[in-house]
Design a protein around this ligand. Sequence first.
Ligand code: ANZ
Length: 824
Amino acid sequence: AATYDIAATETKWQQVWDDLQPFRADDDSPREKRYALTMFPYPSGDLHMGHAEVFALHDVVARYWWQRGYEVLNPMGFDSFGLPAENAAIRNDEHPDTYTRANIARSIESCQKYAASFDWTRTFNTSDPEYYRWTQWLFLKFYERGLAYRKNSPVNWCPQDQTVLANEQVVNGFCERCGAEVTKKELTQWYFKITDYAQELLDGLDELESTWPDRVVTAQRNWIGRSEGAHVDFVVEGRDEPITVYTTRPDTIFGTTFMVVAVDSPLAADLVSDGQRASFEAYRDEIRKASDIERLATDRPKTGVDLGITATNPVTGAQIPVWATDYVLADYGTGAVMGVPGGDQRDWEFATQMGLPIVRTTEVPADFDGEAYSGEGATINSPAPGSQAPLDINGMAVADAKSATIEFLEQQQTGQGTVNFRLRDWLLSRQRYWGAPIPIIHCPVDGEVPVPDDQLPVTLPMLKGADLKPKGTSPLGGAAEWVNVACPTCGGPATRDTDTMDTFVDSSWYMFRYCSPNDDTQAFDTDKVNAWMPINLYVGGVEHAVLHLLYGRFFTKVLNDMGLVGFREPWSAQLNQGFVINQGKKMSKSLGNGVNLGDQLGAFGVDAVRLTLVFAGPPEDDIDWANMSPDGSLRFLQRAWRLSGDVTSAPEVDVATGDVALRRTTARTVHDAAELVETYRFNVLVARVMELVNATRKAIDSGCGPADPAVREATETVAILLSLVAPYTAEEMWERLGRNPSRQTTVARAGWPAVDEALLVEDTVTAIVQVKGKVKGRLEVSPDISEADLEAAALADEGVQRAIDGATVRKVIVRAPKLVNIVV
Ligand code: ANZ
């Protein structure tokens, strides 16, 4: 059988596309706009199977929108600052830019060969000074608004990468990037005040819930971590300031039998009595040696030291002991907790360990056999039977008891209802070289001075190889000429800030830059951004569920407040692809199960690899390459291609005169294809195209024959639908069908096939209605009519009614869609 030459075909069409530039987005187009974005890659090598997958999936939608007549913006760039380039530069004694540019050049070439429909006229790298100039400008805008600030506090420190990490970059106590165990260090660092937007970042998720993957929405909700509760003041005799605790369960106040304060908080050191100071300090020194991971381990025995003081319960007036412990965190809530062993398991363990009393305040269900109980139930012991208290919440359900307690505390002025968030400000400074320098100058006279706009960008000084070795302080500190500058305000000697920005700052605004990528007068053109955005679909990995996607949302809200963008959410819809794995496992060097993309493309061609990835299953599922058959994909593509050689009618033929059965199949396929793309069921789309190919083959070989206009219509439809998945094969078919004789056009812009609605009307079947065993009626009904509908239709039929003639219907036997038997 005839086959086509993959390599020659790929070269041929790449040339045509280069000339035609069919995917260039025109800002001024009168068509409705669509913006399809896939997360830009980090240029750490050439493209791999993971990129191949996400680009293939993403391209289905981008190419579909073009076919539907939209003007589509589908750009691609590179997230090119960051540690891998810097580490490679240290290894090879070169400048990080050299490594970065070489990888970017290879990746672009691969993307083009892969026929990803990106608009390359809009590409940029975040490490280009033309880009990071605006990253710095945005930093200064945030600074002006009080949203970027410096503070001294204990921060996450990666001893391997020798730099600080944002909370979001610490995964279960380990560095997200290199896997080293993270430690704490006291440092002065730059932060973005993302906490100002905590409530709004949460509220925005309500609107995204229907178009974003559930797990991303949930991950963001949990990360923001809103809880409702109260601040409650416990007075300590002889001390002006009360100890304020944060609690989500003010209703349990009658069960508060002790207080616990974070051992490493200044409050603990301040509270401790003279008599207990020595044991407190010994305990604190011991705890400081433990890592956060050890401290938070749930199976860790509870430890603590009695601070030798008591505090007054504001509701009962009872004096309760105050302890220091490591299970209370210094930087959450107020760093102090009211200990309620009956309601909180950590407190239960602590009380048991230290011999402190336990009082339940919620009735436990009869079948409960745990220790602390935090569920629903009637309030008890509040106050305890026989005792007096100015508040009585006994019998109330948890929610009512909470509000009653808060109301009481507020009246007494010993507490206040409050909302608390887990979200912390975003630590953005890094002690590494390969990032955007923070555009601040430190002057002994004027303090922090922003670099004036006309002096941006603050470009990185030329450092390479050994100069970049991590030392725990920023390598930029070693570039004396660069560091020492005149203060922009007073002209006196001053120094530049030597930290660089987290690469997540670069990627928090890149989606705006694509709308006017070459503008050297502003970060982005507001009108263009508002014309293209919000982004209609964002495709990328679920590993970004919190970090990148939360930061980008935060930036958008701030930019909206600044009047620079006209919306508050940047990504209207989102799709997360699964991973490409091999033999059931993640591909890795140590397992030796890596699959090289270049080898696969060489063996099967671009189209077969793309088709395999799209056909593998729902986009969200992992793809085990070991179970895939790119060979089978290739055979299918050749079957489709062969159809285009068999069609004997001319392009001008009147399809309306074609074979109706095949035309119906074609119409139904096109109709369903649209819905399948819009609901991301790309694998089903491929299956439907396969069915259409089979139906067409049958029509040619044993049906209406190759000259029938319906065969041409079906084959052209196959070519257009395949253009979403297998661009090269689709072009070849289109050319062979006589649609593109001088290659002046492309099937990718042929337009979505028109569907004759009449062909979509379902076929009907004839249902027979019997009365007393005799045929009394025939009904034309839909083949998938329900039994109830068929029964109703039969009983409503005039002839049937006449046959029944007023007799009582004893039984109706329905065999949809063909038979109804009425027994009277
Ligand atoms: C009394 C109580 C009784 C509590 C009870 C819980 C159950 P979320 O929901 O995460 O905000 N807590 C407060 N600050 C803390 C800190 N710095 N370190 C450790 N634990 C702290 O958790 C709030 C609850 O966690 C608070 O409510 C407090 O314990 C504890 F039956 O107060 B609760």
